[in-house]
Design a protein around this ligand. Structure first.
Ligand code: ATP
Ligand code: MG
Length: 260
């Protein structure tokens, strides 16, 4: 990977019948940065994540991760390569405990350090203990350790969103895709989330792609922004330039300012 780009999409396109949901989208995501994807409802942002993570197959175009194509790989293979995501609609196992939710993620990645080591250990209980300790670490990192033994479905909404992030980073990804992590949060919760994302970005050495409608979250966190409109890239640039771009304001930001 000489380009410094961890992920690139080239002319990525997907059609659903007559609808071209993503139309020749080319992006370059620099390793170690936080890059946001913004745009109106229905613009194609989640569909872009679905393509990158293998949940949908492109009609045309290419997706390169560290220079290698992801097209044709399963979501499981892509997760093992080092991509992980959260969902716009929370997807935690609601009846399972918070701790077990994270342990499942840890066990999902067979190459995971402690498990490689554990294969040589006769004591299965010790393996379980180590996984538990590791899972607790992620809960601590996300500030939800007090809920460890509670059923995930019983958590307050904001804590469930944090649990989703804990699960996503427990697979030790290189690239984390967050789909509207601040959805439904008030200003105070948004500013806590900004701090949290910043801290995991640093401590886990992640590259992050962030879809978000809360502009304060986007402007606070992003190194770069892509604006998607009607399935195409309308603009790509630095936050300050995007914020004052007349066409972006016309297509998206103006509409949001009127509503907020
Ligand atoms: N599996 C699918 N089959 C058919 N149409 C789909 C499918 N997935 C997405 N679409 C359509 O593609 C378009 C883009 O949807 P997408 O969910 O990517 O938008 P979005 O930018 O994430 O919007 P929002 O901000 O509301 O989450 C929409 O018109 C949607 O109905
Ligand atoms: Mg979406």
């Amino acid at each position: 990977m000489n380009s410094g780009m961890i992920l690139e999409t080239k002319d990525l396109t997907i059609r659903f019948g007559g609808l071209t949901a993503i139309n020749k989208v080319s992006t370059q995501i620099p390793e170690g940065k936080i890059v946001s994807i913004i745009g109106p409802n229905g613009a194609g942002k989640t569909t872009l994540f679905n393509l990158i993570t293998g949940a949908l197959a492109p009609t045309e175009g290419e997706i390169l991760f560290e220079g290698r194509s992801l097209v044709g790989k399963t979501t499981e293979q892509i997760a093992r390569i080092g991509l992980s995501r959260t969902f716009q609609n929370i997807r935690v196992c609601t009846r399972m405990s918070v701790l077990d939710n994270v342990m499942i993620s840890i066990q999902r990645v067979p190459s995971y350090n402690i498990f490689a080591a554990l294969l040589r250990l006769p004591d299965v209980r010790r393996a379980d203990k180590l996984a538990r300790e590791q899972a607790m670490e992620y809960l601590r990192l996300l500030g939800i350790e007090r809920y460890a033994s509670a059923a995930a479905g019983s958590l307050p909404y904001g804590a469930q969103r944090r649990l989703e992030i804990a699960r996503a980073i427990a697979t030790k990804p290189k690239l984390l895709l967050l789909d509207e992590p601040a959805a439904g949060m008030n200003n105070e919760e948004c500013s806590e989330l900004v701090d949290l994302i910043r801290s995991i970005h640093k401590s886990q050495k992640l590259t992050i792609m962030l879809i978000e409608h809360h502009m304060d979250v986007v402007m606070n966190l992003s190194d770069e922004i892509y604006v998607i409109n009607l399935g195409s890239v309308l603009r790509h640039g630095l936050p300050e330039a995007i914020q004052s771009d007349p066409e972006v304001i016309r297509a998206y930001l103006g509409e949001r300012r009127r509503r907020d």
